[in-house]
Write a protein that binds this ligand. Structure first.
Ligand code: EPU
Length: 419
């Protein structure tokens, strides 16, 4: 298992190219199952999650060809069965269920199970499929979804924590080939949902309202092949902006979209960090002393749960008391005990973490637990004095394209150590 060895205390300077969005491309890859024609997806990040999704599609009978960030997928003949051994390794892969149900009228997909950040239920996905007329059974850990035909329906997909991103994606994909009109109320508004809708419309779907809480899908008979360029990864951009601030450097985010990151940039501004437009790019740097702030994670356009851990690392450096409240996932604080190993003073009180910031961090060996927690540990290691060894970085390789190389280009002293 590889690890990162970071010698901290070096301000990051330079330009980082933001990759295509992991959470946009995964459902877009799944959507290629909706047609027997080839689809071409551009700006696909080279991640273990994207490679794994391609393997899942291949296990269903599709052919996938990579060519330097461009992925061509043809799902000419497919089957509707996805094995537990594949699905459990990447919970995001549940988004193959909607396309399989739409195209084959049957899908047998393993239930993904929980993970370290929370229980990750899929009740809202299934509620949507049922509203479209599918019969759902849970047998031996698998979801069996079948339908003689899918019929458009109006449904409410709000849940305990608000909307669901992959649930909205799944039902939207299933509805593209249904008879009649589907209206999803309390739909997720994330830019990744909008990007999927754009790709589906390029395939011949009729979707309007994506990006708002009401999405309308008018079913069509057939979808065709299409080409698409994936949006830049807003979470990767936020991670590098925070790394620039944590090390008191200045980093240009090439290709990032400010309109996808308003809540993050607003919170960073309150913390003493500006992200300003310079030509076609965005530049992140401190504009004063770091200040303690409160932040609560919400669905889009609120502050994203996927940036909560990285923000916490930054706030350990801001003198005063910051309160970070996690409203999306129930146990997304695995990074707290690891940050404490670097000298951070953080207490958990229910859904909130109370950060007493301002103490300097010092390097230590730490263990990565999930993707964003790992990014938070890398940021803390870059800001800390001395050496930090981040173990189990396979989590990072799932969602950050060539992170060590990108950080080295910004001047960081970071090495990948193979074990
Ligand atoms: N939820 C339900 N029922 C459902 C589905 C979700 O109660 O049927 C709850 C969840 O338990 C959670 C909340 O709704 O409390 C939001 O979950 P959501 O369904 O939106 O999460 P997701 O679609 O499974 C995607 C991203 C996550 C990101 C969340 C929230 C992908 C592949 N994953 O997950 O990304 O945190 O949306 O924005 O798009 C990451 O990249 O590190 C990551 C975990």
């Amino acid at each position: 298992m590889d690890s990162f060895l970071i010698k901290g205390g070096v301000p990051l300077h330079g330009t980082v190219a933001i990759s295509g969005s992991k959470n946009a491309v995964l459902p877009i890859m799944a959507a290629t199952l909706l047609t027997d024609e080839p689809c071409v997806i551009r700006r696909v990040p080279d991640l273990s999650d994207t490679r794994f999704m391609a393997r899942i599609l291949e296990s269903l009978g599709a052919q996938a060809k990579w060519e330097q960030g461009t992925l061509t997928i043809r799902a000419q003949k497919i089957r509707g069965y996805a094995d537990y051994d594949l699905i459990r390794q990447m919970r995001g892969s549940i988004c193959i269920a909607g396309p399989l149900l739409a195209r084959l009228k049957e899908a047998r997909v393993s239930l993904p199970g929980g993970c370290v950040i929370g229980a990750r239920p899929i009740n809202l996905h299934l509620k949507g499929f049922e509203a479209l007329g599918a019969k759902i059974g849970i047998v031996g850990g698998y979801v069996d979804a079948t339908a003689r035909k899918l019929c458009g329906a109006t449904m409410f997909l709000g849940g305990r924590a608000g909307s669901t991103v992959l649930g909205t994606d799944n039902v939207m994909m299933a509805a593209t080939l249904a008879d009649g009109v589907t209206v999803i109320e309390s739909a997720a508004c994330e830019p990744e949902v909008v990007d999927l809708a754009k790709f589906l419309n390029a395939m011949g779907a009729k979707i309007s309202g994506a990006g708002s809480p009401t999405i309308t899908i008018t079913g069509v008979k057939k979808l065709h092949g299409a080409e698409h360029e994936v949006i830049p990864d807003r979470i990767e951009a936020a991670t590098y902006a925070i790394a620039a601030a944590a090390t008191n450097g200045e980093v240009t985010l090439r290709g990032a979209r400010a309109d996808h990151l308003r809540a993050v940039f607003d919170k960073l501004d309150e913390t003493g960090v500006s992200v300003e437009r310079r030509g076609a790019n965005l530049v992140a740097r401190r504009h004063g002393r770091l200040t303690a702030v409160d932040a609560t994670t919400l669905t889009y356009p609120g502050f994203p749960t996927d940036v909560q851990a990285q923000m916490m690392s930054l706030l350990t450096l801001a003198p005063g008391i910051s309160i970070i409240t996690e409203r999306i996932f129930e146990s997304r604080f695995m990074h707290v005990s690891e940050l404490a190993r670097l000298g951070a003073d953080i207490e958990i009180e229910g859904p909130s973490a109370i950060v007493k910031g301002g103490r300097p961090l010092s390097g230590a060996p730490v263990m990565a637990s999930d993707l964003r927690a790992s990014a938070a540990l890398v940021i803390a290691g870059l800001a800390a004095k001395g050496a930090t060894h981040v173990n189990r970085i396979y989590h990072l390789d799932r969602g950050y394209e060539h992170m060590d190389a990108k950080l080295r280009k910004l001047g960081a002293r970071i090495q990948r150590v193979a074990e």
